[in-house]
Design a binder for this molecule. Sequence first.
Ligand code: AMP
Ligand code: GLY
Length: 417
Amino acid sequence: MRVLVLGGGGREHALCWSIARSPSLETLWCAPGNAGIAQVAACVDLDPESAEAVVGFCEREAVDLLVVGPEAPLAAGVSDAARTAGIAVFGPSQAAAMLEISKAFSKEICIASGAPTAAYGVFDTPDAAKAHLEQHGAPIVVKADGLAAGKGVIVAETTQEALDAIDSIFDGPGGGRVVIEEMLVGEEASFFVLTDGKTALALAGAQDHKRAYDGDTGPNTGGMGAYSPAPAFTREIEQATMDTIVAPVLLEMRARGTPYTGVLYIGLMLTVEGPKVIEFNARFGDPECQCILPRLKSDLLPILLACANGTLEDQSLDWKSDACLTIVMAAQGYPGSYARGDEISGLDEAASDPDVLIFHAGTKAQEGTILSNGGRVLGITASGQDVAAARKRAYEAAGAIRWETGFCRSDIGWRAL
Ligand code: AMP
Ligand code: GLY
């Protein structure tokens, strides 16, 4: 098969690494890719958010399957344009990706399908939002309705924080609409399913660390590390999530004429009343993807194709019993401003352990050296018989990497130990 992957982060490196192992792969491209992805795929310099550029490439190169990594190309309508051109696409339509693109829409689907989630209200003016706040008080959660690059959610401990959050959202990029939610209490977990719109196959559960610094302190990030399986996400909770959330939500999306296909990311709060939806994403979580895919025994590529073709019913997933843990190395200053172009060495030494994989999230190669080229730069992933063993290996590998201005948390996986 001839496959094009869109994206250039750690998630896409893990996807490309996994696809590259498939016996049915003929050629793999990734747009735009990065220095690590270039080791397993041909990187293509095209704009993944341009439907014209992506469809043009797929037609010229006779691509059999387009795999969309991040959400931005979905929001830009790239998956729809490719499907219209007759290309098989792993990734939802723009209409189905609304589950991630609009928080108000995702809440509406939860209510319509009966999937448990936090009580909420949607407000189009600051005054209406503030009136609701006056009634409910803090703690409370204030969210921008639209995509806000991870900056659109404020868990407000005080009424003042909530008021400031409302003002900043109406002034910001997430659209002139806020969702205000009841604060849920419990442990968080990420869960992923692959689906063709009818059948859903459960991927493993994982937990990530969203805060920048040790002890889960500091600013929110895209994720500083993750591990799978997550001991808190038990078989019973997985079954409850499939029955009370995944099945009814997929049914509701189908009934509306916008079936959801691809990977559905369910951000969960494991409350005393059972798992509740915090959010949906229309893509794999990153770094969660980096510690889930190495645990998969099955050939990923035919399964991605089955999601695109509506034949997932005939597929199943086989897992290794090993646990896997990923440590993100980020550029100093991330998630704020940071420098690019700093030299990184020791990568071969770090990857010399056969149980270690180094996924690149933001790198570029220049005359044989690897340079940092993003906020999150590397995902040091290791497997082991349990999370503790995986963690030990991952930190040993991270210790071999020489990058003066990089940092990582020293406590990834603490909840599982
Ligand atoms: P999101 O961008 O929707 O993943 O939200 C970012 C983070 O905010 C989540 O990972 C949670 O830690 C927190 N959060 C969002 N919604 C709620 C809620 N209703 N109750 C408690 N925490 C929440
Ligand atoms: N790690 C969280 C996310 O991908 O959104």
